[in-house]
Design a protein around this ligand. Structure first.
Ligand code: GDP
Ligand code: IMO
Ligand code: MG
Length: 458
C-alpha cells in the first residue's frame, strides 16, 4: 500500500499532470484535492495530447479510479464539456467519481472574479477568471452550494435562489442599481438569471449524478484494501493560500496539508510526497518572480518550453531555476523525492543560472528564504551561480547515464540545493521521456488491490 501526493514545488505548471499520468499506470485511485478548473494539466501519452482542467490525470488508465475530492470546486457545465471532449477522444470516463462534498462554482462567482479584478486595476492578481476565489469565499463563509445539493433539484433551486439574491446585491454594489451599462451587462444578466442558471446547472447535475459518491468512503475503502493512491496537486507552493506570495495566490492549499483535507484521508496515511519542479521557473499571473527574465533569454525559454497557460493561453513569465523558492517548498511539503521536468528545454544553452539566495538592494541583507512581506519580496534580487550548459539534445536520453555529464551535474547541483533526492528527470512530455534515477523506486510498486470496493452514491 502506498499513498503518494504529487505536489507542485514552484509557481504551478511544473508538469504535475504528466507525472501523475506516468505514475497512475500503477495506481488504483487518483484524487484531485484542490483548486478547480483554473488548473490546466497537459498530458501527452500514446492516446494523444490532452488538456485537463478538472478531471484527474489518471483518467487515461481505465482500471485506475479517479476522484474529484471534496477540496475541489467544480463548475458543473465546464466538467460536462471536459467529459464530452474526452468522450470524443474515446474515453468514456466510467472511472471518474465526484465527491458529494465538493463545492459548486456558479456563474456569478466568475462574474465577481472579473469585477474584483477590474476593481483592483493595476494591482490585479491576474486570476484565471474561472470564479475560483469567489467560490472558495462562499465555502468559507458557509454559504456555498455543494455537489450533494446540486443533484437534488428542489434543494438546488432553493439554494440558488438565495445565492442569486445575495449576488445581485454584490453586483449592484459595483454599479449601482442602474446596472453595469458596459460590456459586462450581458454576462451579468445571464449570471443572475435564476431560470437560466437553474436549467443549465440542473441539466449538468443530471449528467454528473451517476458519478457522485461519498468520496470519503471511496478513499477509505481504497486505504483498507491496500490500494495505491495518488493525490494530485493543483498549482504550486508559491501560490498556496497560506504560504504563497499573498495576495497573488489561489484560494486553496496546493501543499500536502491541503491534500489530506481535500482528498479526505488522515494526514498520517500519506507515505510519500513527490515534489514536481521545472528545471527553470515559470508563472502565470501577477506577483513577485525574482528570477524572471524579461529579455530575449526569457522569450527563448518560453518558445522552447511552449510556455503558454493551458487554461487561459496567457504567455507564462519565464526565468531561471529558483533554489530558494524550491527549498521553501521542500520545508513545507516534506518531499521524499523531486521529479525535475523539462530539462530538455535547457539543452541549447551555454550557461545556465541558478538562484541560490536573494539580496535586498535597500538593506543589503541576503535572504535564504521567502519573506512574508510581498512588498519586500518584490524588490529582492536573485544571487546567481552559473553552471555550464551541455549544448546537446537530451530528448532521446532514457537513462541517467545517457544524459550529458554537464546535465547530470546541473541536476546534482539542484538536488544539493533542494536537499532532497531528485528521483525522476523528464526530457520531454511523453511517458517514455521520463528518466528514473538509479536507486529510485518506480512509485508505487506493490501489486494492485482488488477492485470490488463498494462506494455509496449520494
Ligand atoms: P501542470 O499544471 O503542473 O500539470 O503543468 P502543465 O501541464 O500546465 O505544464 C507543463 C507543460 O510542459 C505541459 O505542456 C507538458 O506537456 C510539458 N512538459 C512536461 N514535462 C516536460 C518535459 O520534460 N519536457 C518538455 N519539453 N515538456 C514537458
Ligand atoms: P496548474 O494546476 C498556473 C494563478 C493565476 C493567478 C493565481 C490565482 O496548471 O498549475 P485563481 O484563478 O486560482 O484565483 O488565480 O494563480 N493560477 C495558475 N497559474 N497554473 C495554474 O494551474 C493556475 N491556476 C491559477 O494565474 O496568478
Ligand atoms: Mg498547468
Amino acid at each position: 500500500m502506498s499513498v503518494i501526493a504529487v505536489v507542485g514545488a514552484q509557481w504551478g505548471d511544473e508538469g504535475k499532470g504528466r507525472v501523475v499520468d506516468y505514475l497512475a499506470r500503477d495506481a488504483d485511485l487518483v484524487v484531485r484535492y484542490g483548486g478547480g478548473n483554473n488548473a490546466g494539466h497537459t498530458v501527452v501519452n500514446p492516446h494523444g495530447q490532452f488538456k485537463l482542467h478538472l478531471i484527474p490525470s489518471g483518467i487515461f488508465h481505465p482500471s485506475t479510479r479517479n476522484l474529484l475530492g471534496n477540496g475541489v470546486v467544480i463548475n458543473p457545465p465546464a466538467l460536462v464539456r471536459e467529459l464530452d471532449d474526452l468522450a470524443g477522444a474515446g474515453f468514456d470516463c466510467g472511472n471518474l467519481f465526484i465527491s458529494d462534498r465538493a463545492h459548486v462554482v456558479l456563474p456569478h462567482h466568475i462574474l465577481i472574479d472579473q469585477l474584483e479584478e477590474r476593481e483592483r486595476g493595476v494591482a490585479r492578481l491576474g486570476t484565471t477568471s474561472r470564479g475560483i476565489g469567489p467560490a472558495f469565499v462562499d465555502k468559507v463563509a458557509r454559504r456555498g452550494i455543494r455537489i450533494v445539493e446540486l443533484v437534488d433539484p428542489t434543494v438546488f433551486r432553493n439554494r440558488l435562489e438565495g445565492a442569486l439574491r445575495r449576488a445581485r446585491r454584490v453586483v449592484e454594489g459595483y454599479f449601482g442599481a442602474g446596472g453595469a451599462g458596459d460590456e459586462l451587462a450581458d454576462a451579468i444578466g445571464s449570471a443572475l438569471d435564476l431560470e437560466r442558471v437553474s436549467a443549465e446547472y440542473l441539466a449538468a447535475g443530471e449528467r454528473l449524478r451517476p458519478l457522485v459518491v461519498d468520496g470519503q468512503a471511496l478513499v477509505d475503502d481504497a486505504l483498507s484494501s491496500n490500494a495505491h493512491i495518488l493525490l494530485e496537486g493543483q498549482l504550486g507552493t508559491m501560490r498556496d493560500l497560506d504560504w504563497g506570495i499573498y495576495p497573488y495566490v489561489t484560494s486553496s492549499s496546493p501543499i500536502p496539508g491541503g491534500a489530506s483535507l481535500g482528498a479526505g484521508l488522515p494526514a498520517v496515511r500519506i507515505d510519500r510526497v513527490l515534489g514536481v519542479a521545472k528545471a527553470y521557473t515559470t508563472a502565470v499571473g501577477a506577483g513577485p518572480l525574482p528570477t524572471e527574465l524579461t529579455d530575449a533569454a526569457g522569450d527563448a525559454l518560453r518558445e522552447r518550453g511552449a510556455e503558454y497557460g493551458t487554461s487561459t493561453g496567457r504567455p507564462r513569465r519565464c526565468g531561471w531555476y529558483d533554489a530558494v523558492a524550491v527549498r521553501f517548498s521542500v520545508r513545507l511539503a516534506g518531499y521524499s523525492g523531486i521529479a525535475l521536468t523539462k530539462l530538455d528545454v535547457l539543452d541549447g544553452l551555454d550557461t545556465i543560472r541558478v538562484c541560490t539566495a536573494y539580496r535586498d538592494p535597500v538593506s543589503g541583507d541576503e535572504w535564504a528564504t521567502v519573506p512574508a512581506a510581498t512588498s519586500v519580496y518584490e524588490r529582492l534580487q536573485p544571487v546567481y551561480e552559473d553552471l555550464p550548459g551541455w549544448r546537446t539534445d537530451t530528448t532521446a536520453c532514457r537513462s541517467w547515464d545517457e544524459l550529458p555529464a554537464a546535465a547530470r551535474a546541473y541536476v546534482e547541483r539542484v538536488e544539493g540545493l533542494a536537499e532532497v533526492p531528485i528521483t525522476h528527470v523528464s526530457v520531454g512530455p511523453e511517458r517514455t521521456q521520463m528518466i528514473l534515477r538509479d536507486g529510485a523506486s518506480e512509485a508505487p510498486s506493490a501489486p494492485r488491490a482488488a477492485r470490488d470496493v463498494q462506494v455509496g452514491t449520494a
